[in-house]
Ligand binder design. Structure first.
Ligand SMILES: Nc1ncnc2c1ncn2[C@@H]1O[C@H](COP(=O)(O)OP(=O)(O)O)[C@@H](O)[C@H]1O
Ligand SMILES: [Mg+2]
Length: 348
């Protein structure tokens, strides 16, 4: 490989951090609001902390509408943030457009759920990959070799079979591999993968996740893996963070979070995905339809713990006091934002 060097940076090095990251989308004002002083907003993401390290996958899990994509788009600098910070290698970073944005994109690349929508139907695979290599100055001396290497990286071989095809001539899994190859053309340090397999055929999801894992290891990439399927997080991610209604509710190493979930919401997610080993079969709806009740309004989110209206073990203070992250048991790094784990509560 000449154009895509193997990773040199140490594993575990922090690439990207979100600190108190917050995004409120203003709601279009209604006529009646003109006569009042209302400034409603969708509280899509509130006070999110997240650390992406080289050579590690962090899963961000939650049902639809919990704010996962907004976190990814904020980290990709596609939206301005309402509050908090994004640090790239420890440096606070806010970019909007132009060369600063391009430089940021070269280091942090996004992969979207729908590879068909993210590839341009009128252009060949060659065009997509060439553009990525050229924009980021990674074409090297021999463009053709660089293109071949990109396709080989994502196991689309022999490359010449794919280069001059159009997106519609490929399967969904092959298109997602092209989207991944295009992201690699930037030689990024971090990949933000927003439900990268949930639109793919069940039978090929594992193959694409295995490819991402292989890239993580060989290129020492930091990966954010967004999913509503907690079973796949256990399989694929080193760390798992659970998000509910715009807030992080639990985090820790994936094995612990999925095998000994602490937060009642995480437990609900796991119960609604009955077989944790059944990665391939986790259906779109399974985790979302069951469970008692509906996700809350994010315009007027519940006070205290946002999960309290649905929580089977809610206590009086849960409706008034915002829970802080509390350490769970003796597994280092395992925490839940839940008053059940307040020492004072446990003692009384
Ligand atoms: N551009 C936007 N304008 C207004 N509200 C938005 C926008 N994008 C997302 N939202 C709202 O923010 C919340 C979180 O959305 P999203 O991040 O897409 O969740 P997820 O990816 O977990 O399904 C939802 O209530 C959604 O309707
Ligand atoms: Mg989403």
């Amino acid at each position: 490989m000449t154009s895509i060097p193997e990773a040199k940076a140490p594993a575990d090095e922090v690439v990207l951090e979100a600190i108190g990251l917050t995004k409120h989308f203003p709601v279009r004002r209604q006529l009646r609001d003109l006569f009042s002083n209302r400034h409603d907003a969708v509280h899509a993401v509130d006070d999110v902390n997240l650390t992406l390290r080289r050579g590690q996958v962090v899963a961000l899990v939650g049902e639809s509408g919990s704010g996962k994509s907004t976190v990814a788009r904020l980290l990709a600098q596609l939206y301005p943030r309402t509050g908090g910070d994004i640090r790239l290698h420890g440096v606070s970073t806010k970019v909007k457009s132009g060369s600063a944005f391009r430089q940021y994109c070269a280091r942090v690349q996004m992969i979207f759920q729908d590879p068909f929508a993210s590839l341009n139907p009128v252009h060949t695979i060659r065009y997509h990959l060439e553009r990525s290599l050229q924009i980021h100055g990674n074409a090297g001396d021999d463009l053709e070799t660089a293109l071949h290497e990109l396709l080989e990286r994502v196991s689309l071989t022999p490359p010449e079979r794919y280069l001059d095809k159009f997106p519609h001539e490929l399967s969904g899994g092959q298109r997602q591999r092209v989207a991944i190859a295009r992201a690699l053309g930037a030689q990024p340090e971090a990949l933000l993968a927003d439900e990268p397999v949930s639109m793919l055929d069940v039978s090929i999801r594992l193959g694409v996740l295995n490819l991402l894992r292989d890239l993580k290891e060989r290129l020492n990439l930091a990966i954010l893996y967004i999913t509503h399927d907690i079973a796949s997080a256990r399989y694929f991610a080193d760390q798992t963070m659970v998000m509910y209604a715009g807030r992080m509710v639990e985090g820790g190493d994936s094995e612990t979070v999925t095998q000994s979930p602490a937060h009642p919401y995480t437990r609900l997610l796991i119960e609604s995905a009955p077989d944790p080993d059944r990665l391939a079969g986790a259906s779109e709806a399974a985790g979302e339809e069951r469970g008692n009740g509906e996700p809350p309004s994010l315009i007027h989110p519940p006070t205290g713990c946002r999960f309290h209206p649905r929580c089977p073990v809610a206590m009086p203070r849960c409706s008034t006091d915002l829970p802080v992250p509390l350490e769970i048991g003796d597994v280092p790094g395992h925490w839940a934002a839940c008053w059940l784990y307040d020492k004072a509560e446990v003692a009384s």
